[in-house]
Write a protein that binds this ligand. Structure first.
Ligand code: PXL
Length: 282
């Protein structure tokens, strides 16, 4: 089933912290695909708990990088975006998706990485949100968590909710991105101690619940989105890709949960072998 695709992933390099590109690159490579990167910024660490991190915005480098690729006739089978540093960068990503780097059948997968637990990540806010609302209209698949889904739709963030609340969010997202798209929402749980992933497309609803482990760290959304993208690109259905990605993320959290020293991320590396067994089907 697997074929070899060229994926472009656009997100930051957080040098320390196991998120964004330091997660996407190994996981997508493990899925058996060529992974090209466009670093949106270089930070000494992620912004979720480290103090005094550095932030080098690479926005000004992006147009020349893209121009070079176009002059070389390079194109990509899939575009997968994660954390982007600024609203202007989001606009540049829209230009990339509209450029000759895209093929008619390229997959466009957008993780609107902006926040968690009801709040924006450090340094993000309204202007960024407006830009992200425009970017997601270009996606085939979006992968928000509940916080990001609420920010995008303007629906109040809640931690206790029922199916109707999630349906309202899905309707709101559909009205932004249009019909015929797939919405994958992470962190959806309807019972105490439960979380999970929801997959919604064209009126179809699928929910894969699993135990909620109390390890709230940056990067789990990136691990999920990268694992999901790798599976999907290998021809696995959106629902099965979501289950594989959820199982992988949970296994990675389990590897780390007992270790307070490893507070900043999760050890996905030690469970990559299990992921490969499920997504590489030659
Ligand atoms: O998607 C998580 C993430 C990625 N990159 C940076 C972050 C975070 C979350 O805090 O700070 C720089």
């Amino acid at each position: 089933m697997s074929s070899y695709n060229r994926i472009l992933t656009i997100q930051d390099i957080s040098c320390v912290g196991q998120c964004s590109l330091t997660v996407a690159l190994p996981i997508l490579s493990a899925s058996g695909n060529e992974t090209c990167i466009l670093p949106s910024a270089v930070l000494s660490s992620h912004t979720g708990g480290f103090k005094g991190y550095t932030f080098r915005d690479l926005t000004d480098d992006i147009p020349a990088i893209v121009k070079h690729w176009i002059s070389e006739g390079i194109d990509f089978d899939a575009f997968y975006t994660g954390y982007l540093g600024t609203a202007r960068q989001v606009e540049l990503v829209m230009n990339i998706i509209n450029s000759p780097l895209r093929k008619p059948d390229s997959h466009i997968i957008i993780d609107p990485a902006m926040g968690d637990n009801g709040v924006f990540y450090s340094g993000m806010g309204g202007e960024f949100l407006s830009a992200m609302k425009r970017l997601i209209t270009m996606a085939d698949i979006i992968i928000p968590n509940v916080t990001e889904a609420c920010m995008l739709t303007g629906i109040e963030y809640r931690t206790n909710y029922d199916q109707q609340y999630i349906r309202q969010i899905v309707e709101g997202l559909t009205s932004i991105i249009g019909d015929g798209k797939t919405i994958v929402i992470t962190g959806v749980g309807f019972r105490k101690g439960e979380t999970g992933v929801g997959v919604y497309s064209d009126g179809n609803e699928f929910h894969y619940p699993h135990v909620k482990l109390e390890k709230n760290v940056s990067g789990t959304g990136d691990i999920f989105a990268s694992a999901f993208t790798g599976a999907l690109i290998n021809g696995i259905s959106t629902q099965e890709s979501a289950c594989i990605a959820a199982d992988f993320t949970l296994a990675a959290i389990k590897e780390t949960i007992e270790n307070p020293v490893h507070w900043y991320g999760v050890k996905f590396e030690t469970v990559l072998g299990e992921y490969i067994k499920r997504v590489v089907r030659n």
